[in-house]
Design a protein around this ligand. Structure first.
Ligand SMILES: [Fe+2]
Length: 598
């Protein structure tokens, strides 16, 4: 972390993030606050949200738009009830939405009953917020958990139909794995059709300051589909890179340069806005006079004896600077330094979780007696090694699909393979000219990871996690976002021992591989089959559809479904059953994925 000591960073953070309005004054465990000041004047333009449920508590959130522009504070009340009509109120209270927290309100409701649904709303003097529905975690035993997994919601890219779809589902929880917002300006990433869609980014510039990030959150939270999803289900959120800047690591980001000011200042502004606007519980609650910074977001949610959910921070806790493929090409000869690349990938000093998070993870895995151990985290853990020619974009997938078998034929002919047919020999003769020495060298090169910002770029760090899971004899299920495509992989350690599975969601709206590879919808199926056949351990992928994943979990199995929306560019949508996918993980073969046709 350049120029800022760890100590100064934390102290600056305490100042910056202390505005999070979870205070003893706002702990909703008592009765009504009759002696408090009268309720203020304001509207609820950004909906309500709940998150981080525990067995007896849950975080409730809203934001007030003051009626008078000069107001610095608006008194609000909240009510929590067992029924939607609010005839059976279990707790209520009041507090101030203050300008220092961008008029956001966060309340940690306590003393609730485990495994119970609640309805909640906020009130000003003249208005009530929309009603939200939330729930607490089961305490001891549980037979079932139904959750949705989403990530990568890019406002200018298209409509948030995915949020509308999950709002309508029967679910216990929603896991949002990051890229809840994007930091780019009005002409930035995925904004080509934003004007036409009426979804141009606010503010117009890239986000740097606290005001910038707040304005962007306010825009995203003005979206009715996102408001509907938050009101329907409690969320467990973690940030990925775009909540700060593209490809963030501990001390910098790809999308941050020296001319853009101190990275740590930007990071603190981004984190502060995140804690203001998302229904996440700070590491410890404090009164407003005793400010405490949540210095990390890795945390545990125990769904009875069924699932131990461990939300990880692979972004801001300890991540070493990502490696970059171009750095391993010799600038004079063009030769690729495979030894250097694999040496760096397997360098155990390059952290992704860091020692503090690893210690916590190890003991959380070792002490849990739940049937399933779930890691809710940002980036793909599965080994996504592609042929060198494809990973370095020196050959397209169709060209590779033609040339690799041709090279095999040539090798067989050279060994005088007697099983070669006349047709094969004729085909070889007609096409041999394509196998130039350069092409043959490319085809013979070892496979390399296609994305070094994912766990693939931190092989030693990944191995530490997989060994912790093995030692704990865990039935390991990793869920991931980040790539904007759906994936399912069987995870093995460096020795090839099966350890668990990874289930990864597509994006809410950010474009995926179809854009990077220029694949048309007609070619999706072929591309998917091609990539699945090239990557060991990969069992499924989706190339070009926006969607979400739901997991229906019992002690016997996990039923994973990927569902996709017909369009994010049209204001109406349907779910597309032909593109959906279903896979199961059985508890007794928990490192294997089985496709289910239904
Ligand atoms: Fe993303």
């Amino acid at each position: 972390m350049p120029n800022v000591s760890r100590r100064r960073f934390i102290r600056a953070g305490m100042f910056g993030l202390g505005g999070i309005y979870v205070s003893s004054a706002l702990t909703g465990c008592g009765g009504s606050d009759d002696d408090g000041p009268e309720l203020g004047l304001g509207r609820f333009a950004h909906g309500v949200a709940s998150g981080d449920p525990l067995a007896e508590s849950v975080i409730l959130w809203t934001r007030v738009t003051p009626a008078n522009s000069g107001d610095e504070s608006v008194r609000v009340s909240w009510e929590v009830a067992r029924d939607q009509a609010f005839s059976d109120i279990v707790t209520e209270g009041s507090g101030d939405a203050h300008i220092s927290r961008d008029f956001t309100v966060k309340v940690d409701i306590r003393d609730l009953s485990p495994d119970t649904h609640y309805y909640y709303r906020f009130n000003t003097a003249t208005e009530s917020s929309p009603i939200g529905r939330t729930r607490t975690l089961p305490q001891n035993t549980s037979e079932r958990l139904q959750l949705a997994v989403v990530s990568c919601s890019n406002y200018p890219s298209g409509f948030f139909h995915v949020y509308d779809a999950i709002a309508d589902k029967e679910l216990d929880l929603v896991l949002h794995l990051g890229d809840y917002i994007y930091e780019y300006g009005i002409d930035g990433y995925a904004s080509e059709e934003a004007e036409q869609l009426g979804r141009q980014s606010l503010p117009a510039g890239e986000l740097f300051t606290l005001d910038d990030y707040r304005t962007r959150y306010a825009q995203y939270r003005s979206d009715p589909d996102l408001q509907k999803a938050h009101a329907a289900h409690p969320f467990l959120v973690v940030w990925d890179d775009h909540e700060i800047a593209n490809d963030t690591y501990n001390g910098g980001a790809e999308n941050h340069n020296d001319g853009e000011g101190e990275f740590d200042e930007r990071k603190l502004a981004a984190m502060r806005a995140y804690f203001e606007w998302l229904p996440i519980r700070p590491e410890s609650a404090a009164t407003n006079d005793d400010l405490v910074m949540p210095s990390s977001i890795f945390r545990q949610f125990q769904w009875g004896d069924l699932v131990n959910i461990l939300m990880l921070d692979t972004r801001n806790e300890s991540r070493a600077k990502p490696l970059a493929i171009p750095d391993y090409f010799d600038s004079t000869t063009g030769a690729f330094d495979f030894e250097g690349l694999f040496g760096d990938i397997n360098d155990s000093s390059r952290e992704l979780l860091g020692p503090r998070q690893l210690d916590w993870l190890g003991s959380a895995l070792a002490t849990s007696t739940a049937t399933w151990q779930m890691l809710g985290q940002q980036v793909l853990m599965g080994r996504m090694y592609l042929p060198f020619a494809i990973a370095t974009q020196q050959m397209s997938i169709p060209d590779y699909a033609e040339l690799a078998p041709l090279a095999l034929l040539a090798a067989r002919a050279q060994q005088n393979d007697p099983t070669l047919t006349e047709e094969e020999l004729a085909y070889l003769q007609a096409n041999q000219g394509k196998l130039t020495p350069e092409v043959v060298a490319l085809l013979q090169a070892p496979g390399i990871p296609y994305n070094l910002d994912a766990w693939d770029g931190y092989g030693a760090a990944r191995e530490k996690v997989l060994q912790l899971a093995r030692q704990a004899n865990a039935k390991l299920v990793v869920v991931a976002g980040d790539t904007h495509n759906a994936w399912a992989s069987e995870l093995t350690d460096a020795e090839g021992t099966p350890v668990g599975v990874e289930l990864a969601t597509s994006s809410v709206s950010s474009p995926g591989l179809e854009q990077y590879l220029g694949v048309s919808p007609q070619a999706y199926a072929q591309t998917e089959a091609g990539i699945v056949s090239l990557v060991e351990g990969l069992k499924y992928m989706n190339t070009g559809d926006r969607g979400f994943m739901t997991l229906d979990i019992t002690h016997e199995r996990i039923d994973a479904r990927w569902e996709f929306v017909s369009s994010i560019k049209e204001s109406d949508y349907t779910l597309v059953p032909e593109r959906s996918m279903r896979m199961q993980v059985d508890a007794d073969t928990s490192a294997s994925l089985v496709a289910v046709t239904s």
